[in-house]
Design a protein around this ligand. Sequence first.
Ligand SMILES: [Zn+2]
Ligand SMILES: [Zn+2]
Length: 122
Amino acid sequence: MFDIFKFSKKCNHNLVSPEKETAYCPDCGKLIKNEWYITRCACCGVKLKTIFRNGQVVPQFHYCINCGNSDFTIEKLENINFIDINFAVLRKTVIEDEHYCATTRCWQERTNVQPKLLIQYL
Ligand SMILES: [Zn+2]
Ligand SMILES: [Zn+2]
């Protein structure tokens, strides 16, 4: 019952460290995957400073400073390095994994003896 309220609350997972690939958010308890994205100019391939705008991964500036093109491609980075970190944007994705849900349920059943007894009486 309390879980419903907890999960419906919007969480930005700000306390999840970007250094780990996956971690549990201390605020909402969800498993968070850190994903780095970078944009490149579709014309000359130069790395563009990348930001979030309306939930979309986009370049900060409309035109490439190298060739003036406005087309870009989005690339997902497998590993972040200190050069790319200046260009890349971090997206925190919630992993809805069945395995993790099941683990939580087991834990609740073991600690909550009360509901089981009620079901037996009914
Ligand atoms: Zn969170
Ligand atoms: Zn370009």
